[in-house]
Design a protein around this ligand. Structure first.
Ligand code: F6P
Length: 317
């Protein structure tokens, strides 16, 4: 049997750990394994390389993806898609493992619908795939944001200011929500809930009246411009308000222990499913690693963690 693996879309910490798990598990099972460089672009251009045990040595702790990645527009075209399928035929690949976020897994479903055996592994800092509780890379991003906010808090406190910290997540507010709790932010602004600037301002002023000297507001990028919000907030409160856009800082760095373990578990499970020629998307729910059909993963509705939001409101005053 012969399988191949690629990483696509925005990179996420833990992708390397995941590739390592896939390569080592495949070799253990006497399955030949190829790495495809640069995601779907590399699939189209047949950038395949046979992986051996040492191909994935010394990478479990590294951020990014050594297989590199891309956002492929060519893969969306009929011509590019045909070429991608052809590459898999030329290399006689029995099953393809793809690691990435929403766009990548949609591409994987398209390949599955065209008759390819595909296994998807959710890798994205955004945690925006509702069929899985966690995507690989999310918890590391939350840790990175938390560390950054701790630094921002020091200077914010010293100057008696407010700071609006904009975080990634596309239309998902999980990075803002989880890092809001872990960094003790006073308020968060996320796409999943209405935002009331008067309430946020009132909370900051109440804090200020109690002698509080820092006000941290974490805003998800999916809620618009942090600069616009900061300007309005400053007008309402009179508190000197700065903005920090964390940007790509959030996507790099060594994966957390949680992500290394999740990546290892998901990579192992993906090879088991590949061995059974079972096209599916790997996920984790209620602490268990599970395989789900591509046909229903995009329709799943997941409630955001309202319980965490309640906790934040009670303890970050
Ligand atoms: O999906 C991951 C992500 O980092 C999002 O949070 C962000 O909106 C987007 O990718 C940025 O994409 P790009 O790397 O193409 O600028």
């Amino acid at each position: 049997m012969r399988i191949a693996i690629l990483t696509s879309g925005g990179d996420a910490p833990g992708m390397n750990a995941c590739i390592r798990a896939v390569v080592r598990t495949a070799i253990y099972k006497n399955i030949e394994v190829y790495g495809i460089y640069e995601g779907y672009e590399g699939l189209i251009d047949a950038k395949f390389e046979k992986m051996i045990e040492s191909s994935v040595a010394d990478i479990i702790h590294r951020g990014g993806t050594f297989l590199r990645t891309s956002r492929s527009e060519r893969f969306m075209t009929d011509e590019g898609f045909e070429k991608a399928i052809n590459s898999l035929k030329i290399f006689e690949i029995d099953a393809l493992i793809v690691c990435g976020g929403d766009g990548t897994l949609k591409g994987a479903k398209k390949l599955k619908d065209a008759g390819i055996n595909v296994i998807g592994i959710p890798c994205s800092i955004d945690n925006d795939l509702p069929y899985t509780d966690y995507t690989i890379g999310f918890m590391t991003a939350v840790e990175t944001v938390t560390e950054a906010v701790s630094n921002i808090r020091d200077t914010t406190e010293s100057h008696g200011r407010a700071n609006v910290v904009e975080v990634m997540g596309r239309s998902c507010g999980d990075i803002a929500l989880f890092s809001g709790v872990s960094s003790g932010a006073e308020s968060i602004i996320i796409p999943e809930m209405e935002m009331n600037i008067n309430e946020i301002a009132e909370k900051a002023l109440m804090g200020k009246n109690r002698g509080k000297r820092h006000h941290i507001i974490i805003m998800a990028e999916g809620r618009g411009s942090a600069f616009d919000f900061a300007r309005d907030f400053e007008k309402l409160t009179g508190i000197d308000t700065k903005v920090t856009v964390l940007g790509y800082l959030q996507r790099g760095g060594a994966p957390s222990i949680f992500d290394r373990i999740l990546a290892s578990e998901m990579g192992f499970k993906a090879v088991e499913e590949a061995e059974n020629m079972n096209s599916c998307a790997i996920g984790t729910t209620d602490g268990h690693i599970r395989a789900r059909s591509f046909d229903d993963i995009f329709d799943v509705k997941k409630e955001f963690r309202k319980d965490l939001l309640e906790i934040l409101k009670v303890i970050s005053i």
